[in-house]
Design a protein around this ligand. Sequence first.
Ligand SMILES: *[C@@H]1O[C@H](CO)[C@@H](O)[C@H](O)[C@H]1NC(C)=O
Ligand SMILES: *[C@@H]1O[C@H](CO)[C@@H](O)[C@H](O)[C@H]1NC(C)=O
Ligand SMILES: *[C@@H]1O[C@H](CO)[C@@H](O)[C@H](O)[C@H]1NC(C)=O
Ligand SMILES: *[C@@H]1O[C@H](CO)[C@@H](O)[C@H](O)[C@H]1NC(C)=O
Ligand SMILES: *[C@@H]1O[C@H](CO)[C@@H](O)[C@H](O)[C@H]1NC(C)=O
Length: 406
Amino acid sequence: MEKILKLFVILFIRFLTTKCDPCLTYKVLDTPDAITRSVANAAYPSTLCDNTLEAGWYRVTSYAGERMPTECVIGGNRCGTSYSIWMNGTYPDAGVVKTVEACAAHSDGDCCKYSYDIEVKNCTDYLVYNLIPVSPCYQAYCFGTELKCPEGETSDNGGFTPECEFDPCHSSNYEILVGEIKRSSNYTLQDNDVAIEDSRLTTGWYKIDSVTGNDIVNDSVSMMQCGTLYPLWMNGSIPDVSEKTIDRKVCYSSNCDWEFDIKVRNCGNYRTYYLTQLNVDKSAYCFGTLPVPDPTTTTARSRPGKDYNDTEDKPYIWVIVAILAVLSAILLTILLVKFVLQRTSQKRSVSCVSVQKTYPPSYEETLQNDKIKQLQKNQTERPYVLEHQFIPIDSMLVPPNSTYYA
Ligand SMILES: *[C@@H]1O[C@H](CO)[C@@H](O)[C@H](O)[C@H]1NC(C)=O
Ligand SMILES: *[C@@H]1O[C@H](CO)[C@@H](O)[C@H](O)[C@H]1NC(C)=O
Ligand SMILES: *[C@@H]1O[C@H](CO)[C@@H](O)[C@H](O)[C@H]1NC(C)=O
Ligand SMILES: *[C@@H]1O[C@H](CO)[C@@H](O)[C@H](O)[C@H]1NC(C)=O
Ligand SMILES: *[C@@H]1O[C@H](CO)[C@@H](O)[C@H](O)[C@H]1NC(C)=O
């Protein structure tokens, strides 16, 4: 019975002590504050004042660093405050609690304008601090020495100094290649194709956005694939995220008759590639392995009548077409009658207007249009709307074998 009681007492004491161990029960200084508290962070504008800080044990978790500086923050105006508080003392050994002097450094050169007794405990892997509120403002405790990397850079330290480096995964650092579906290794160069030529590509980082696949092809590819004459494939696998930026070779032909250097970066959900401008013609990097979708049918080519079905799905198109046809016929008749009656010599030139509707009007066409407008002015007053409809409808008068047709 006595033994049991003893055990309970021991357990109770252990429970109490573990509950009061600051290594286990501490508050965390919230992250945005913790970044601001870095010694590398200049004070302007002073935003931090620890006059409202609740007294108690704190642990700092921040990529900026977690240690209170043990040297004077000379001149203050650091750590997001005017009076920057540092620790005049050394850190204790593991498991030990130590009382140290916290000093508020000021711009007048005084390293200890105000001083406070605080406690610090070494919890082996981290430190905890018993902090008290301070006054007057602006005074704040400093922690850490690092800063966020500049925009477009990254580091192993969660994007903080030291060792910030260029980040090929940052959207400001790569260009996106869109609509390059013919780079697919599944695509064969056709007679009427213009070969993709990466002798025109600007050297730099690229991300590919294509329905045929966004990754570089890493199997040997034969001539005429990838929408070019001499396609380039990558010898090797796509690196893991942890491998960061990797150098790879791209090859032409299965024997790697030509070789070029590229870099690959795995950004997790996508990859970016450092592609160099090629010094050979009719050669290009291959991206994606999927078939190029058919532009007219969107699915398989072997489905005749798909076009017909498409329009059948939208019967109102036929109604519109019919109305337009009737209107055109009426207008045409009116115009024809007017022409026959009023024009003799200039009729021919007028009828040749705006034949090529896919291109903006050439200089000659513009002249012709002006002529028509002039002609219409010469006629009795014609409403503005008619004048505009006049041109396209009039083009129907041109015989199919006209020289204006390509
Ligand atoms: C730091 O503490 C030591 C010893 O406690 C003291 O001699 C020294 O003046 C203090 N430094 C400052 C800047 O107050
Ligand atoms: C705690 O003290 C030990 C030495 O006793 C030291 O090796 C360790 O780095 C200290 N922990 C921290 C977080 O400073
Ligand atoms: C392209 O893909 C289709 C369907 O997956 C396949 O039948 C065809 O052989 C491929 N062509 C090439 C050149 O890889
Ligand atoms: C191509 O890359 C994939 C994924 O990175 C890899 O699993 C595969 O082994 C590579 N193939 C070749 C031929 O290197
Ligand atoms: C691909 O790379 C490996 C290793 O670098 C090399 O041994 C191999 O010969 C290369 N393949 C070709 C086709 O050049």
